[in-house]
Design a protein around this ligand. Sequence first.
Ligand code: PLP
Length: 423
Amino acid sequence: MIDAALDPWLRQSADRYGTPCFVYFTAPIEARIAALDHAFGGRFDLSFAVKANPNPAMLAWLAPRIPLLDISSIGEMRLALRSGWDAARLSFTGPAKRDAELAEAIAAGIGELVVESPREAVAANAIARSMGRRQAVLIRINPDAVPRGFGDQMAGSPSPFGIDVEQTAEALPLILALPHLRVRGFHIYSGTQCLRADAVVENYRTFIALFRHLAEAHGLAPDKLVFGSGLGIPYHEGDTPIDLDAVVAGITPALDALRANPRFARTRLALELGRYLVGEAGYFVTRVVSIKESRGSRIALCDGGMNNHLPASGLFGMVIRRAYKMHKVGGEGPTEKVDVTGPLCTSIDRLAGGIDLPNLEPGDLIAVHNSGAYGLTASPMHFISHQPPVEVMVDAVAIRAIPRDWAAHCQPLPARLVDHDAA
Ligand SMILES: Cc1ncc(COP(=O)(O)O)c(C=O)c1O
């Protein structure tokens, strides 16, 4: 979809539901799911990382369209269950899960806990035992290298995520011996936001080599292996989208060779991803409240900024602050240089510095692209106590605001402590 075709929807969302607002279009997500399934020839089951966009209508819409969901907190699990997902289709990652979260997830019948340390495995084992259950788990492995080209690296250096590969020889026998856990396979997520196909392929090759080595070393025939996709999206002017065909061409022979090994003949492969699925399908729409000329700069002061969209301010793990792609809704004509800022009383609340946009006046709308993932969910929305922005979903039949029950999934966990030693 081109921006001009979207503008009526963006304007209608803003006028009907107010600004700032997030607008999510389902058509590009549907197209991306189909493109991934087609490109990989069904070799991967898709798993959506809820942290990228926990909007309940988004989760409900995805439920019949992809097989798996990855959650990182009990709040995300509650959202998923309330959005129609069966707990058996969920996996639970996260480096600092609390005992009460493990307990609620096990009680709900979660598909797999992704255990990230021997300590967590011991805790999960004790909790499963106290419930008279045997819980399926994946073991998250932290590789010792990540190729260059990833926006955020979670491995290859001291890292809170997963079990360092150097520690697996000691840690795995311990986990495998826990009687109330059933190890179904492994999970690796070592880097995000990569636009280079060669780097993604090299990374997946590292995963495959590790999966093979660990399965052989510990006599396992995994049911499931999770590949953290790392697939990035072009946030900034001049970014080149990742070449998915090149990723597929580069990795398919290695995937097929893995599956040809009898040890992996029954293994399901999952591709875990967030932004590549939904990021480009969302827009953040903010309205110009006022224009200020200040010391040679023209500044558009908007009703929503970093408080609603921290990543677009360049403060979400980016090395260099660069503006997200954005456009003036319904905007044409000659451009001029403008800074785009939000309502916060801090100089870091800036969505763009010196970008070219058609002449802006109070009341105009600016649409920030690539806002379908890590928008509201990754933002300090309580900063200056504005109302939460509205989220709007546009699908084949309707445009609608999605009500949010912010309190429901944040209900407190019981302060339940498990005596791991006694278990
Ligand atoms: C464990 C895990 N899975 C999936 C994701 C989704 O990443 P992305 O949105 O880059 O695909 C993340 C992101 O941090 C993650 O930590």
